[in-house]
Design a protein around this ligand. Structure first.
Ligand code: TYC
Length: 99
């Protein structure tokens, strides 16, 4: 190590970046389009135009990417979607998968 001028990665001290997870909204036949747009703006911090695009993507292709987050943030977003949808009587669901 001392005589080596090349950059070495020490396995024990190298920074480990947290895994990231993609969060998707899923299509269904009952949730209103306006409600999905509202979810995308309030929970995923999208602009109105971005929210419309993602909502239509989900409507046409059965799922759409809402964002990429660390595990706990992704899990929290999914719970927030479920809670808000349930309170409004919609079956809207979100899922996550490792990036
Ligand atoms: N398919 C729904 C409708 O026609 C709209 C919708 C879009 C529902 C996106 C869920 O994640 C969703 N009212």
């Amino acid at each position: 190590m001392a005589t080596n001028t090349h950059l070495e990665i020490d396995e024990d001290t190298a920074l480990k970046y947290p895994k990231k997870y993609k969060v998707f909204l899923l299509n269904d036949d009952y949730t209103s389009m306006d409600f999905v747009v509202d979810i995308l703006m309030s929970i995923f911090h999208k602009s109105y135009e971005q929210a419309q695009d993602i909502m239509l993507e989900v409507h046409k292709n059965d799922r759409g990417l809402c964002g990429v987050y660390t595990y706990e943030i992704a899990e929290t977003k999914i719970m927030q979607v479920r809670r808000k949808a349930k309170d409004s009587g919609f079956p809207l669901k979100a899922t996550m998968e490792e990036e």
